[in-house]
Design a protein around this ligand. Structure first.
Ligand code: NDP
Ligand code: MG
Length: 388
């Protein structure tokens, strides 16, 4: 039996992971974690006979306990309890908490030398160098789950990274790819929360509309695969069927195609290093007819330019970028700032925090990442307050 834990089990990636685990008979569940949705957490923990269910919300522990009564599943709450659950021995752990909150629990898995399926891209954006160093030091296995990174990983199997000339990450262009630019400042939360092709959590869906998601993914590509920033490109591909391409020095360009269904990338990581059947649709190429690509427009997507600046700056700039983005996104979701204010605030925080970020260039530890994250959120909060 394989022992499995799912961090962020109640979310979009978490639920897809639960469905794949449930369809197998070779898995037993160690820990499931969630946030506000304790009803779903308790249901899943009961059904999957988990050892422990943990909510990040201490105020919801009593409710979780009540819902788990008589099930034999232990209950716990709070960030520390999530980190402790992640530290429990398991053969495979899904990192699917949203935001920088996924960093510390993921690090627990790495430090016990476990296998971490990484949907939480923020882990690598905030602390890529530290995470990759610790993974090497502890013999941990990192498997990408972000669809683009799973695609790159698959295209690189059996290849020499030294022969990679470029990596092309595709982007749908999000909800506003065809909107007149002048309308973007008035884009509403509901409009930004609908994705043309993928069904995902609300935060990543809004990040797709602003392309902050792609910006994070460029940094994630750099950190995961160790490829120089100038070798990493983003291209708009409205059909979302080609997830990424890897170009080699001999001119070959290997593309990974699949339906926009995260169960492929999750299932690939679950079956790795083998391949096994997965419940995803098969592409009918003749029915699809054509695939289109176009260059992203810098004026529409300032986040991509900011990602390049972050990669050039190095150090803790990724931690600043992500935290400022999370705070700006909170501000947009709360109706305090407009859609295009988000990138302006992130840029201003990056400028104001560049000296702190540079302090990490010679190396950094987890505490430095968390301090930088807090500082960037405070700076972003001040800027949001000025606009609200
Ligand atoms: P969701 O918002 O759907 O789910 C997030 C999960 O994290 C939920 O279980 C949520 O609990 C939990 N959570 C939220 N806040 C905290 C916190 N502070 N501490 C602990 N747990 C918390 O997100 P997604 O599933 O969409 O995304 C998860 C991660 O995967 C993100 O990093 C995203 O970028 C990445 N990703 C997602 C893709 C997708 O298709 N959805 C594709 C590629 C990457 P609750 O809901 O109970 O509050
Ligand atoms: Mg992605």
């Amino acid at each position: 039996m394989r022992r499995i834990s799912i961090l962020g089990a109640t979310g979009s990636i978490g639920q897809n992971t639960v469905s794949l685990i449930e369809a197998r008979d070779d898995c037993e569940v160690v820990a499931l974690t969630g946030g506000h949705n304790v009803a779903r957490l308790a249901d899943d923990a009961r059904r999957l006979k988990a050892e422990i269910a943990v909510t990040s919300r201490p105020d919801l522990l009593d409710e979780l306990r009540t819902r788990l009564e008589g099930s034999g599943v232990a209950a716990a709450a709070g960030d520390e309890a999530i980190a402790e659950a992640a530290a429990r021995p398991a053969d495979w752990t899904m990192s699917a908490i949203v935001g920088a909150a996924g960093l510390v629990p993921g690090m627990e898995v790495i430090r016990r030398g476990g296998t971490l399926a990484l949907a939480n891209k923020e882990t690598l954006v905030c602390a890529g160098r530290l995470v990759m160093d610790e993974a090497r030091a502890h013999g941990a296995t990192l498997l990408p789950v972000d669809s683009e990174h799973s695609a790159i990983f698959q295209a690189l199997i059996g290849e020499d990274i030294a022969a990679v000339e470029r990596i092309v990450v595709t982007a749908s262009g999000g909800a506003f790819r065809d909107w007149p630019l002048a309308d973007l400042p008035r884009a509403t939360l509901a409009e930004a929360s609908s994705h043309p092709n993928w069904d995902m959590g609300q935060r990543i869906t809004i990040d797709s509309a602003s392309m902050f998601n792609k910006a994070l993914e460029l940094i994630e590509t750099r950190e995961f695969f160790g490829v120089a920033p100038e070798r990493i490109e983003a291209v708009i591909h409205p059909e979302s069927l080609v997830h990424a391409l890897v170009g080699f020095t001999d001119g070959a360009l290997m593309a990974h195609l699949g339906p926009p269904d995260m169960r492929h990338a999750i299932g690939f990581a679950l079956n790795h290093p083998a391949r096994a059947p997965l419940p995803v649709a098969r592409l009918d190429l003749a029915a699809i007819g054509q695939l289109t690509f176009r260059a992203p427009d810098d004026a529409r997507y300032p986040a991509l330019r900011l990602a390049r600046e972050v990669m050039a700056a190095g150090g803790l700039a990724g931690a600043v970028f992500n935290a400022a983005k999370e705070a700006a996104l909170d501000g947009f979701i709360a109706g305090r700032i407009g859609f295009t204010d988000m990138a302006e605030i992130v840029e201003a925080v990056l400028d104001a925090t560049s000296a702190d970020a540079a302090a990490g260039r010679g190396g950094y530890d987890l505490e430095m990442v968390l301090d930088t994250d807090r500082l960037a959120r405070i700076r972003a909060g001040e800027l949001i307050a000025k606009r609200d």
